[in-house]
Design a protein around this ligand. Structure first.
Ligand code: NDP
Length: 290
């Protein structure tokens, strides 16, 4: 079994981006990070994004509206960032408070600054196999992890567990694309899928993105499969200072001995998501200054 080291692959990508940014003259890339309220997970995600941006030479502009901000006010804030010539990329950290329509917010971000890849136009471009847009960071990170760990999807059966707009649907579309590295046969499973283990057992590559701690067990995995664990779940753990530990959607202890390759949690898909956000920001800057 080979462990796919997301930390190491992300570090390589970050070093490549840093080298690319160092060659730029004039205004460097700028990423606006909008965090509404103080959700603890969002606080730590935005901090990590800010830190990685600084490492690469991307300027980040942190905007922290209160949890009480109205949808109209948030739209106005996004409109101002859309119109600001010094901002290349905009990320609105999810989850947003319940009184705000998250999808409407994603649509409000100008497609050419939508480095999170959730705008309708950018999601549509994946279906059209049009590279000019931005692919959502987690699915893009999964594809990059597979490519850089030497997994060609051509002719493989990829089973995606989960059909969210953020992970499941875009990663399935990417694996399906008619291009080098992709060209997979894809099945998407969800909460209404019947006989789930019978389907997951057919997977040459199993991508688990359902948000259920250690849901995928050894009886659901074909020996020799490549397993990508997207899940980030907090499980109570009294032995930890924080009172919890992070675990994936895969039961690593029982599944990993069966796999040819597997991503750990933490240290697998997570670091790639941040690295791909930076890649998208550098791409947005390149498009804007070209
Ligand atoms: P969502 O909750 O939006 O989607 C979960 C999907 O899993 C849904 O399609 C749901 O089905 C399906 N599902 C839930 N329970 C079951 C079940 N028992 N059997 C089969 N399918 C099921 O989650 P996300 O896609 O946003 O995130 C998934 C996981 O990935 C989470 O743990 C999240 O924290 C993590 N994540 C990690 C990232 C990273 O950087 N590593 C980034 C983004 C997410 P249905 O559609 O029928 O409801």
């Amino acid at each position: 079994m080979e462990l796919i080291d997301g930390n190491q692959i992300a570090a390589t990508l970050i070093a490549e981006l840093k080298a690319e940014v160092a060659t730029l003259s004039g205004r460097g890339p700028c990423l606006a990070l909008v965090r509404v309220g103080d959700d603890p997970a969002s606080v730590s995600y935005v901090k990590k994004k800010e830190k990685t941006a600084a490492e690469i030479g991307v300027t980040s502009r942190i905007i922290l509206p209160p949890v009480t901000i109205s949808q109209t006010e948030l739209f106005k804030l996004i409109d101002d960032l859309n119109a600001d010539a010094t901002v290349d990329g905009i990320l609105v950290q999810s989850p947003l408070p319940k009184h705000i329509d998250e999808v409407a917010v994603f649509r409000r971000v100008a497609p050419e600054k939508d480095v999170d890849g959730f705008n309708t136009l950018n999601l549509g471009k994946i279906a059209q196999e049009d590279d000019s847009g931005f692919v959502a960071c987690t699915p893009a990170g999964i594809v990059e992890l597979l490519a850089r760990s030497g997994t060609d999807l051509k002719g493989k059966h990829v089973v995606v567990l989960g059909r969210s707009l953020i992970v499941g649907k875009p990663v399935a579309l990417l694996a399906l694309q008619k291009r080098a590295g992709a060209n997979a046969t894809v099945t998407i499973c969800h909460s209404a899928t019947a006989n789930l283990p019978a389907i997951t057992r057919q997977a040459d590559v199993l991508i688990a993105a359902i948000g259920r701690a250690e849901f995928v067990t050894a009886d659901m995995v074909k020996p020799g499969a490549v397993v990508i664990d997207v899940g980030i779940n907090r499980v109570p753990d009294a032995t930890k200072k924080t009172g919890y530990r992070l675990t994936g959607d895969v039961n690593f202890a029982t599944v990993s001995p069966l796999c040819s390759k597997i991503t750990p949690v933490p240290g697998g898909v997570g670091p790639m998501t941040v690295a791909m956000l930076m890649k998208n920001t550098v791409k947005a800057h390149r498009h804007r200054v070209a």
